[in-house]
Design a protein around this ligand. Structure first.
Ligand code: ZZB
Length: 258
């Protein structure tokens, strides 16, 4: 899978995360949460960043001035791909549990909401991408179902309700809707993130219709077909230093060839 890894700069740590990294990151260095996405063209619609609350993340030294919060597994894959300044497995400055990251404020490149919170999502897999997921409810049924759930049960999830209530703007126009994911979640009567089977169906429909029939409604490539705009948005993010290419082996085993 060829992902786009996005750099979400930490602006303000949640209290427990601050404790975990205290005196472990040098003065003047930036730390980024780094979600892996297949849909760079939707980044205008980011409203939060998901981590698995029970997963463990490392804070890895990517260069003198930059640290990445990702899973150990992703760090190993990135090392094989020459993403870090130095060869080999990068230095790990700290370990952080996903639950400790909840509430951290990050900068989301391209988003209409430049500052978003880190929120919990149980279904985040440790075995895929970086274990960090950026959330675009307008175009991802899983994300729409999750933010709806978080807003409904904010107290249960230990978050502030308003963190999960950022406005969801239309990003991509398709023949069916300009808010395809919310539309499908309602149409398929998906009541919660636990409706896995219907969510999978909704996800497949969203990918297909979005890619083949979608037109961007916003940004520098407004009016262009998603097929055409996708690589352009990606290139733009990479040029600005806000993203980089990250691929991972199809099988979930980390092979020597990485
Ligand atoms: C932003 C985004 C916007 C995504 C969208 C999708 C969509 P896949 O393999 O088909 O699910 N993702 C990445 N890593 C993980 C993980 N560790 N655990 C759970 N989910 C993960 O596609 C990969 C997508 O799954 C990624 O692209 C990411 O969410 C999520 F509008 O990033 B995406 C219709 C989907 N729309």
């Amino acid at each position: 899978q060829e992902y786009t890894a996005l750099k979400l700069k930490v602006l303000e740590w949640a209290p427990e995360a601050a404790e975990a990294v205290k005196s472990k990151i040098p003065e003047g260095a930036s730390v980024y949460l780094v979600p892996a996405t297949l849909r760079p063209e939707t980044m205008y619609g980011q409203v939060c960043c998901f981590v698995g609350p029970s997963l463990t993340y490392g804070v890895f030294k990517a260069s003198e001035k930059e640290y990445f919060v990702i899973t150990e597994r992703a760090a190993r894959n990135m090392a094989y791909q020459g993403i870090f300044e130095k060869d080999g497995m990068p230095e790990k400055a700290a370990d952080i549990r996903g639950s400790e990251l909840i509430g951290t404020l990050v900068h989301a490149p391209l988003s209409f909401h430049p500052e978003v919170r880190v929120l919990p999502m149980e279904s985040v897999l440790a075995t895929k991408g970086t274990g960090v997921v950026t959330s675009v409810p307008s175009d991802s049924p899983d994300d729409y179902a999750m933010v709806t759930e978080l807003a409904k049960k904010a107290e249960f999830y230990g978050i502030k309700k308003e963190w999960a209530e950022l406005e969801i703007f239309p990003i991509i126009q398709t023949p069916t809707s300009d808010l395809l994911a919310p539309y499908l979640v309602k149409k398929l009567k998906i009541a919660s993130p636990k409706d896995a089977k219907q969510l999978l169906e909704a996800k497949e429909l969203t990918y297909k219709e979005g890619f083949y029939q979608g037109v961007l409604k916003v940004g520098d490539f407004k009016g262009e077909k998603v097929e055409v705009a996708k690589p352009k948005v990606r290139e733009q993010l990479i040029k600005k230093g806000e993203a980089f290419a990250y691929s991972e082996p199809e099988n979930k085993v980390v092979s020597r060839s990485g």
